[in-house]
Design a binder for this molecule. Structure first.
Ligand code: DWN
Ligand code: ZN
Length: 415
């Protein structure tokens, strides 16, 4: 398995079983590859096609672009753009401080994919020894600027040994919206096991397969998300590396996520939530290939309804603007065939995305001020996972007659 070509896998990245894609979203660019018009000629594309491995239950991409095409010094996603996410990570950190770290002398916390320090700043504020591992240097730099110890590297067995030699074993290793990005899951699992204290925990959270299937939120599928996890696949994937799934906790973030707690095998009892979640996943049919055939049909139906709506608004001459140039929107625009004729521009608060074109669909990304300056008739809510926060903030858009177009869990217009 270690010799596996991680860009295109014909074998499951976890168990080695043969992989076959059950659908294709077609030719897809890098989800966060916002570009200037002069870069269109050299824009990179790959085939976005998911597969489900029945033997181990892992949902994964058949092909993933190489990491350096996705995570680099111009990475466009800064975690701290949402207030809700700041509060979420404050609570996540507090649960670790008051939980596994309680009563420990000089504990050490490592976060994989620490981005701009949205989680670690809470440990830093409490004086907890910490280290962030973040390969995208621009976002890592923001964290360092806040005093958060961060190294820019990809985590694996080698780096784990290096960190252990320099700082000692970790009491807790954390990762949020990161594990699902890393194709060499066996390497990371071995690295975590090596770095973790025998009584330590590894806690990570990612978008949850059960929510994605239930809501047809196919836009969670893009280059960075090489895996979409379930409790079943996490349990199966980590056990061969000496890590046991001991707790699960659903999260509202990113349209439905799951937090997984793993510990060295037999080091602590599993909560009843684990077996309950595994049973729910069996009931939902997450282990059966028919579920994914139905999912494909639901994606096609969602695409047809969304395009019917956008085409009809275009015929009526309505102004439609996208809200939030998310990674997810790259899948939606390219899979559905949304063009600047349908969506005039996408409003986004992230400076690095502004003034550029959206990947593949080449819809201009403009600063938020332009949305407010002349409200459109409709706003297509690409950042649907932040819906509560955004709709609360945008009451004057609706008061002025503006309407939201949403597509998860179903395509509809809401005010
Ligand atoms: O796993 C990942 C998740 C955690 O974050 C990464 N692979 C990349 C990223 O995915 P995403 O881009 O789909 O994340 P968000 O949080 O849905 O992106 C929201 C976008 O919308 C940001 O570009 C900021 C923007 N935004 C805005 O313009 N106004 C967000 C809010 C809340 C707003 O009010
Ligand atoms: Zn497998």
């Amino acid at each position: 398995m270690s010799e596996l070509n991680q860009n295109r896998a014909s074998a499951c990245r976890v168990c080695g079983a043969h992989l076959t894609a059950f659908m294709s979203f077609g030719r897809m660019p890098i989800a966060n590859g916002f570009l200037k018009s002069e870069e269109i000629q050299s824009e990179y594309f790959f085939e976005l096609a998911p597969a489900f491995c029945e033997p181990c239950g892992m949902f994964q991409l058949v092909e993933q672009p190489s990491p350096d095409k996705m995570f680099h010094g111009r990475y466009a996603f800064y975690s701290s753009t949402s207030r809700y996410m700041q509060v979420h990570f404050e609570r996540f950190a507090q649960s670790v401080i008051n939980g596994v770290l309680a009563g420990r002398a000089d504990p050490f916390v490592v976060e994989l994919g620490s981005n701009d320090g949205i989680m670690l700043r809470n440990f830093h504020a409490c004086g907890v020894r910490h280290l962030g591992v973040e390969p995208s240097v621009n976002v890592a730099e923001v964290a360092r600027g806040c005093g958060i110890n961060t190294i820019s590297a990809f985590f694996g067995r080698k780096l784990a040994s290096h960190i252990e030699a320099e700082h000692g074993h970790a009491d807790a290793i954390l990762a949020a919206n990161v594990m699902c990005h890393i194709p060499d899951l066996p390497g990371v699992a071995d690295g975590v096991r090596r770095l973790l204290r025998p009584d330590g925990v590894f806690v990570f959270e990612d978008p949850y397969l059960g929510d994605m299937i239930a809501k047809t939120s196919y836009d969670q599928i893009y280059d960075e998300h090489v895996f979409i996890f379930s409790a079943t696949s996490v349990k199966n994937a980590f056990a061969p590396h000496g890590l046991e799934l001991v707790d699960v906790a659903p999260q509202k973030t990113h349209g439905g996520s799951m937090r997984y707690t793993l510990a060295p095998m037999d080091s602590r009892p599993a909560t009843s939530a684990v077996d309950e979640c595994l049973a729910r996943e069996r009931e939902q049919g997450l282990g059966r290939s028919e579920t994914y055939v139905r999912f494909k049909q639901s994606c096609e139906a969602s695409r047809a309804r969304l395009m019917e709506m956008l085409n009809s608004l275009r015929r009526e001459g309505r102004r439609v603007v996208g809200y939030g140039a998310t990674s997810k929107s790259t899948t939606v625009t390219n899979y559905c065939g949304i063009t600047p004729e349908h969506v005039e521009f996408i409003s986004d608060t992230t400076p690095i995305k502004q003034g550029k074109l959206s990947p593949g669909a080449h819809i201009p990304v403009r600063p938020y001020d332009e949305f407010v300056r002349a409200f459109p008739d409709y706003a297509l809510l690409f950042a649907w996972n932040h819906s509560d926060e955004i709709r609360e903030k945008e009451q004057s858009f609706v008061a002025g007659g503006g309407r939201w177009i949403v597509y998860v869990p179903e395509v509809k217009v809401v005010s």
